[in-house]
Design a protein. Structure first.
Length: 222
């Protein structure tokens, strides 16, 4: 099994990164291959809204956003982590969400996921909601979530208080992947989102969105 961990923080040694690396330790301890990416190190342009990817099936900009999307296609599980900026995900994570072929192409189809949001105050609950919705709307299976409230750079205090919870979420994630666990309520919600919202919209667009239909065909989505 292979899992991608994506750190959406511009800080490679901050609270978000510390949580993600703790999850990584659990995964490696279970014999799972892990690819860890810091978005800060990736070359990724802003989405220009040209819709080229919807028509052709891939972005016109061949940068690291395309590389990560291909890595996600090949992985069994995904861990997405972001700090909270203005009650939302970081700019780095937002750029990747915009470029990553997530919702329309159903990039996370049947992939097990963990959503991690960190912050010093209540705004982190909004960040977590963005990541959870991204997983659900993109066809993923949300196996775990972590909302980490911690002071700036308080890595020791955060880990002392939350280490056990982080480990529990990571272990549940591992079990879910190994047992191919299903989540009926999530599946029902996604069914209505996809069949009443996304699919009719794409069908109405015709050849302008033929790239999306090609992606669905490869995934066995009808």
């Amino acid at each position: 099994m292979q899992v991608l961990i994506i750190n959406g923080s511009p800080r490679k040694n901050g609270v978000t990164a510390a949580v993600l690396h703790r999850i990584e330790e659990n995964l490696r301890g279970a014999g799972i291959e892990v690819l860890f990416y810091n978005l800060e190190e990736m070359k990724m342009s802003h989405c220009t809204g040209c819709n080229y990817c919807y028509r052709i099936g891939h972005c016109c900009m061949e940068d690291d956003a395309e590389l990560l999307s291909k890595r996600i296609e090949e992985a069994d599980g995904i861990v997405l982590g972001s700090p909270t900026y203005a009650s939302n995900v970081s700019g780095l994570m937002k750029d990747f969400i915009d470029r990553g072929h997530f919702v329309m192409e159903q990039l996370l189809h049947k992939k097990y996921c963990i959503a991690v949001a960190s912050g010093e105050n209540y705004g982190s609950q909004d960040t977590l909601k963005v990541l959870k919705n991204l997983v659900l709307f993109s066809g993923g299976r949300l196996s775990g979530q972590l909302r980490i409230q911690a002071g700036f750079n308080d890595l020791e205090g955060m880990m002392r208080k939350r280490k056990s919870q982080i480990d529990q979420v990571a272990q549940s994630f591992i079990r879910a992947m190994k047992l191919k666990q299903c989540y009926p309520i999530q599946s029902i919600i996604h069914f209505f989102i996809f069949h009443l919202g996304i699919k009719p919209f794409v069908k109405k667009k015709g050849t302008l969105y033929q790239g999306i239909r090609g992606k669905w065909s490869k995934l066995g989505i009808t």
